[in-house]
Design a protein around this ligand. Structure first.
Ligand SMILES: Nc1nc2c(ncn2[C@@H]2O[C@H](COP(=O)(O)OP(=O)(O)OP(=O)(O)O)[C@@H](O)[C@H]2O)c(=O)[nH]1
Ligand SMILES: [Mg+2]
Length: 481
């Protein structure tokens, strides 16, 4: 991460920045101040968009923490287990945490009470004290009860992989839609965890669940019920907002479809080089970072094939193993871009130690958003950094592939040709003579159609092109007989 906000030594400052980022979700200033006070007292940041409402709940952020990682290795090789923890470390660092140590326990399944065995949990407490960590991050999704129990044993804040990913998404979301989607996913994650955290918090505060007690409670309603009701209301509001924003995007998409501009979607594991590839193909300058989930909001760009056909290309959010289900749900409308594409460029990092696992996890999400029917071209990226043996193995496993380097440009011409061949063709061929006064039509044919021949004559522009039916109808006035 490069942003200073994530390394700020002052939690309160980072909090303030966070609040800025969420300002457009509508929080009034007074509540804002209250919320900051409270956050300062408890030394925990509350639920980012909703702290004014939910007094007894903290949404656990990972940034700025000194962390120890812990994984339960249930199946697969030792290598796989270690890679999983290494990925968790990369995620933690992306979130702004400093990773001090990591431990793995071999078990048939996670302990139902404390995730790792209770003996190991006590060892973990010693490690946490020894290295001076304040947070433990578990490489899995823990039940609310497991979180609370483990926290009691290790005597430090415990966060699971799902919360960590949600936190990264919350930091990276920039568009209104992206922020709303993340906030919704966070609330879904939090809802079943309210009771556990409420209890542990009230204990920390010396008992009495009414501690902060600012919520207006209905008669006979407990604090937890009030919180739950408010979160439900808030979620309903977010769902409405997301649905509205989605319809705006759908209009644009319908417009593109009416002109039958073919669309290409780039998908792939996080950090595979999707944005780099988009930049290479279109000359765009989408943010490229050696960080996970650098891109959250889909970017749509216009591009042209070698023969001049135009298409749109979309960069999407990266995928990761065990992407929290709530996030997939919340981002469903964004991911629908992938489902509607004419072609999917599935980018995979050829220099990664386990590219096949990454391909498989991305495909799981693609199936989940009903995009499995979209034709897929596997783009093996980072050829400059991968060994020939690794590239050969990948190529054999994925027959329909192209090897490229977004960094050096190697293979990009081949990719462009394959891409062109894979795009669907327009239905209608036209032969027209467009007078110069109607020059904007010529521009539209260039933008939305495939120009086969063009000649400038004294009477206007002679065009032979393939276009969508709508445009063909508009052009019919100039048809040559
Ligand atoms: N060596 C090498 N590095 C590359 C190549 N393409 C991308 N990278 C690097 O890989 C890292 C990730 O690149 P991005 O384009 O941000 O990857 P992304 O898939 O968009 O990542 P997210 O948006 O975070 O999911 C950056 O450090 C890039 O410089 C390549 O062809 N070769
Ligand atoms: Mg990206």
């Amino acid at each position: 991460m490069t942003s200073a906000a994530h390394h700020s030594p002052h939690p309160a400052k980072a909090d303030a920045l966070m609040d800025d980022a969420h300002a457009d979700l509508g929080v009034d200033a007074e509540a804002d101040g209250r919320r900051l006070d409270r956050a300062a007292l408890r030394r925990v940041a509350g639920l980012s968009t909703e702290r004014a409402d939910v007094t007894e709940v903290e949404y656990r952020q990972v940034r700025l923490e000194r962390v120890v990682l812990v994984g339960v290795w249930t199946s697969g090789t030792a290598d796989e287990a270690e890679r999983s923890l290494a990925e968790l470390a990369a995620l933690a660092e992306t979130a702004g945490a400093v990773v001090l140590d990591g431990v793995i326990q071999r078990r048939d399944r996670p302990d139902p009470a404390t995730y790792i065995g209770s003996g190991k949990a006590r060892e973990l407490r010693d490690i946490v004290q020894e290295v001076g960590a304040d947070t433990v991050i578990c490489d899995g999704e823990l039940s609310p009860a497991q979180l609370v129990r483990l926290e009691e044993v290790v005597d430090a804040k415990v966060v699971d992989r799902t919360a960590l990913i949600l936190d990264i998404f919350a930091q990276h979301a920039t568009s209104r839609e992206g922020k709303a989607q993340v906030a919704l996913a966070q609330m879904q994650y939090m809802l079943p965890r309210l009771r556990g955290w409420g209890q542990s918090l009230s204990r920390q505060m010396g008992g009495g669940a009414g501690g902060g007690g600012m919520a207006t409670r209905g008669p006979g309603e407990t604090k937890i019920e009030t919180d739950r009701r408010r979160i439900h209301e808030r979620m309903a509001r977010l769902r409405r907002e997301i649905a509205e924003m989605k319809s705006g995007r759908e209009l644009k998409r319908r417009d593109r479809r009416r002109n039958s501009v073919p669309s290409v979607a780039i998908a792939g594991y996080t950090n595979a080089g999707k944005s780099s590839l988009l930049n290479r193909l279109t000359g765009a300058s989408v943010l490229v970072q050696n960080a996970l989930f650098a891109t959250l909001d889909p970017t749509v760009r216009r591009a042209t094939t070698p023969s001049g056909r135009s298409y749109t290309i979309t960069d999407t959010v990266g995928f990761v193993r065990h992407l929290p289900h709530h996030l997939v749900e919340a981002f469903r409308s964004t991911l629908e871009e992938v489902a509607e594409a004419d072609l999917l460029l599935h980018v995979v990092d050829g220099a990664h130690p386990a590219p096949l696992e990454q391909l498989a996890s991305v495909r799981a999400v693609i199936r989940d958003v009903d995009a499995a029917g979209v034709p897929e071209l596997v783009v093996i990226n980072k050829a400059d950094a991968a060994t020939p043996a690794a590239l050969a193995a990948l190529a054999e496993a994925e027959p329909h592939h192209v090897v490229v380097s977004a960094r050096t440009g190697q293979g990009i011409d081949t990719l462009r040709q394959l891409l062109e061949a894979a795009l669907p063709h327009r239905e209608v061929q036209v032969d027209v003579l467009i007078p110069y006064v109607a020059g904007s039509l010529v521009a539209r044919v260039h933008a939305d159609g495939d120009v086969l021949a063009e000649e400038h004559t004294a009477d206007g522009t002679l065009l032979r092109a393939r276009v969508a039916p709508d445009l063909a109808a508009e052009l019919s006035a100039y048809a040559r007989t």
